[in-house]
Design a protein around this ligand. Structure first.
Ligand SMILES: [Zn+2]
Length: 276
């Protein structure tokens, strides 16, 4: 499933293509949304934004289309009049004079008034989004230390969209590696400096993945590995997907375990289960 950085980049592409343009046509595949097509046609698109793993397309006149891609959904932007070569099923489309913004395969689409956005069940439970402006590490560290979250393992907490919005499986492993924290530890087991380090890593790693198009490894390490001839899939992550390979930092064998129901990766030396 695409994670926050991928959704935010897709929102940027969409925004660049259709923001401030007039929707010449709007299409919804789901019968219960069909009547909104004529309501939205002719309206100007105010902008496109991501929240966690959801996308909001804002139309003039207090209308917003919410979509969540789940596993298979995909946005494509093409020049007006052309159709992408795909066998996926089209679920929602916005046609402007210059571009078509096409959403394929997504199962969760809703048309909302602006006032309903914060009450939408998915959006209402989202925690702070590391890619939203103004989210800082102190607030994230404080959040982890609250009674609601502190006794859950980091492995489970980092997948919970109500803790941090947009973090998913690859980001989880990478954040914990750069924080030096074992995935089975809990905020309650961490010292205040460790909580700060984890919070800083959660923001830094997510923002790096957004800037680089999914690379979470440190830029120094990426430069070094590229120079040594390593391919993208090898230098992209520090630990995610690298089981049975060596840690770039300490040379230890990396581990893969099922953590909170999903595959997780870590270095047993850089992320000790019992530090100190
Ligand atoms: Zn290591």
């Amino acid at each position: 499933m695409p994670e926050g950085p991928e959704i935010h980049r897709a929102a940027d592409r969409l925004h660049a293509a259709i923001a401030r343009r007039k929707a010449q046509g709007v299409f919804f595949a789901f019968p219960h949304l069909e009547s909104f097509a004529s309501e939205l046609t002719g309206r100007r698109i105010r902008g496109v934004e991501a929240r966690g793993k959801a996308m909001l397309v804002r139309f003039a006149g207090d209308w917003t289309v919410f979509s969540h891609n789940q596993l298979y959904g995909r946005w494509l932007v093409v020049k007006a009049g052309s159709l992408p070569d795909t066998r996926r099923s089209l679920r929602f489309a916005i046609y402007t004079r210059e571009h078509s913004a096409l959403l394929y395969s997504a199962s969760e689409i809703a048309v909302l008034h602006d006032g309903e956005i914060d009450r939408h069940p998915y959006l209402a439970r989202l925690g702070p989004d590391p890619l939203a402006p103004g989210v800082g590490p102190a607030a994230v560290a404080r959040r982890a230390a609250t009674p609601r979250f502190r006794r859950r393992s980091w492995a489970s907490l980092l997948l919970d969209q109500s803790f941090l919005a947009g973090v998913g499986n690859y980001l989880r492993s990478e954040i914990l590696f750069f924080a030096g924290i074992h995935p089975r530890r809990r905020p309650a087991d961490c010292s205040p400096p460790e909580l700060q380090t984890l919070a800083r890593a959660a923001l830094d790693v997510t923002r790096r993945a957004y800037r680089t198009g999914g690379i979470t490894n440190s830029s120094d390490r990426v430069t070094k590995l590229r120079r040594q001839g390593f391919a993208f899939r090898q230098y992209r992550h520090a630990v995610f997907g690298r089981d049975a390979e060596e840690c770039w930092w300490c040379g230890c064998g990396l581990r893969r375990e099922t953590l909170a129901g999903r595959r997780g990766y870590f270095c047993p030396t850089c992320q000790p289960a019992t530090p100190g």
